[in-house]
Design a protein around this ligand. Structure first.
Ligand code: ADP
Length: 262
């Protein structure tokens, strides 16, 4: 897509001069379209729980509250939908926050990667225990990298919690590490349901959830987790990829450049 503007014209007796600037605006339009799509998807996703909450509350007020069983059932739904609404709002705000932050706002510090991972695995331990899933940190102590702690924590938290959510009972989630002189890599490997080849690129899209009616019903989520991870990884000039096989498991690989301090 191209836009043009006339910068300069001049005429003389013999010829006519004109200077036209052509801009390639393909990318600007693509970004604008993505933002519009995000807004319309976000408002649709936010409206769903709100409609449910107000609908069930109204039905209770209209008389359904007099039946104790219905009352409990509807209150449960209202509570569940409120929780979903909170999660959606948090995720939508996260995306907007990451987008509006410039790279210069990054808080780069030297971190022991194994320690950061250990701390996150500890906070996710309870979630894993419910399904008897083992969380294993295979990163040796003393691997120091310069990175933004908050962003790294968010990346680990999202990937490991997906590894738990989409795992089988008694499964494992292993976090591994490799480094070369120029980059360092973290791998989050699970023994879960896996992701079909044709879904693997789509899972990073905002609000996209693999439409397996079984998992969608059983597993809570907003479909924004991996989109947030992708934004965070890119804001650290890193890359993310996935390898997966249905019924066997998935491995998410995140790679960051190592910057030599000048
Ligand atoms: P959600 O909130 O649904 O977990 P995400 O953006 O984190 O959203 O993930 C998008 C979708 O990708 C999920 O709904 C799920 O279908 C799939 N997915 C993500 N991580 C995994 C994984 N480790 N194993 C299998 N499927 C996964």
């Amino acid at each position: 897509r191209v836009e043009a503007s006339v910068i300069y014209t001049s005429t003389s007796e013999d010829f006519f001069q004109i200077l036209v600037l052509l801009y390639d605006v393909t990318e600007i339009y693509a970004v604008e379209k993505m933002q519009m799509d995000f807004l319309s998807n976000a408002s649709h996703e936010l409206k769903t729980p709100v409609t449910a909450i107000s609908g069930f509350a109204e039905t209770l007020q209209a008389g359904a509250k007099d039946d104790p069983e219905t009352l409990n059932q509807f209150l449960d739904i209202i509570q569940k939908e409120s929780k979903r609404l909170t999660e959606l709002i948090q995720d939508v705000l996260s995306i907007s926050r990451i987008e509006s932050q410039s790279v210069t706002k990054q808080q780069m510090t030297e971190l022991d990667i194994a320690e950061v991972v250990d701390e996150q695995l500890r906070t996710l331990q309870q979630m894993a225990s419910v399904k008897h899933i083992a969380l294993i940190n295979q990163i040796p102590a003393g691997q120091i990298q310069r990175t933004d702690e908050k962003k790294l924590v968010e990346i680990i938290k999202n990937l490991v919690s997906n590894g738990i959510k989409y795992n089988r009972p008694e499964g494992t989630v292993i976090v591994d590490y490799e480094a070369t002189p120029h980059e360092w890599t973290m791998k989050i490997k699970d023994t879960g349901i896996g992701i079909a080849q044709n879904e693997q690129a789509r899972i990073f899209e905002r609000f996209y959830r693999v439409d397996s009616s079984r998992t969608k019903q059983v597993v809570n989520g907003t479909g924004l987790g991996l989109a947030i991870v992708m934004e965070l990884v890119q804001s650290l000039q890193g890359q993310i990829s996935v390898e997966s096989q249905r019924g066997v498991g998935s491995t998410f690989t995140v790679t960051f450049p190592i910057k030599q301090v000048e």
